[in-house]
Design a binder for this molecule. Structure first.
Ligand code: ADE
Length: 232
């Protein structure tokens, strides 16, 4: 997978090269991260990339020319141009999985009051939001997307099982897990996990996952109940 990130802050994006599993996957060339500075494509003599909004209104907008040219500069396109914005469809685990199947994603990060509508209409294939809140720019959205999509790519996580058993990969949240010691400050690891009866352990984990979901995410719990009714 290759991520091309069009941004005004390429060095901020490049910090991901030092970031845990993502950094290692870049080194191993499982993923490629190419941060492109939109400002490098400005034809303005002061390298400006923003301008006033026609019709009035506060703030500035990103102008179309540097963005059109930056996108065109990318060699052979093998995936969608995604604009990170609070107006997009919300990023879910399902969407991450779908996006992970492309060989390339082009991520466009906005600033100021947004981008000229001609970019939205002609260049952008999909608008994606990382949640219902407003960031100062798209970069953190792009980094969240890169992280969540990358871990769905085979070879990025050491243990292939971990992505499948994750929270949100199925409807249920995770069960509680424990490591050593068996007792810490008087708090004990549930006995069933120490006994080595794999069937009992699986039952306990399943019940615990259901309990956790009911407690922490009643909305997901309702979906789980609904899915069970439909299945049976
Ligand atoms: N840019 C500003 N807010 C955003 C959000 N919630 N998601 C993605 N990009 C954004």
């Amino acid at each position: 997978m290759r991520f091309d990130v069009l941004t005004l802050f390429p060095d901020f994006i490049r910090n991901m090269e030092d970031y845990g599993v993502i950094g290692k996957s870049i080194q191993k060339e499982i993923i490629e991260l190419n941060a492109v500075n939109i400002r490098d494509y400005s034809l303005d003599k002061h390298r400006r990339v923003d301008d006033i909004i026609y019709g009035g209104g506060a703030g500035m907008l990103m102008t179309p020319q540097p963005i059109f040219d930056a996108v065109e500069s990318l060699d052979k396109r093998q995936g969608p141009v995604i604009y990170l914005s609070p107006q997009g469809k919300v990023l879910t685990q399902d969407l991450c999985k779908k996006l992970s199947e492309y060989p390339q994603l082009i991520l466009l990060c906005g600033h100021y009051e947004g981008i000229d509508a001609r970019v939205l209409h002609e260049v952008v294939d999909e608008e994606v939001s990382i949640g219902d809140y407003v960031l100062t720019g798209g970069e953190l959205g792009a980094m969240v997307l890169i992280d969540a999509v990358s871990r769905m790519i085979p070879g990025v996580l050491g243990n292939e099982e971990s992505a499948v058993s994750d929270s949100h990969y199925q409807t249920l949240l995770q069960y509680d897990s424990y490591t050593r010691p068996r007792e810490y400050k008087g708090m004990k690891v549930p006995q069933v996990l120490l006994d080595g009866n794999h069937k009992k352990i699986e039952e306990w984990r399943n019940e615990n996952a259901v309990e956790n979901t009911k407690k922490k995410r009643p909305d997901l719990y309702q979906r789980y109940l609904q899915e069970r009714i439909e299945r049976d």
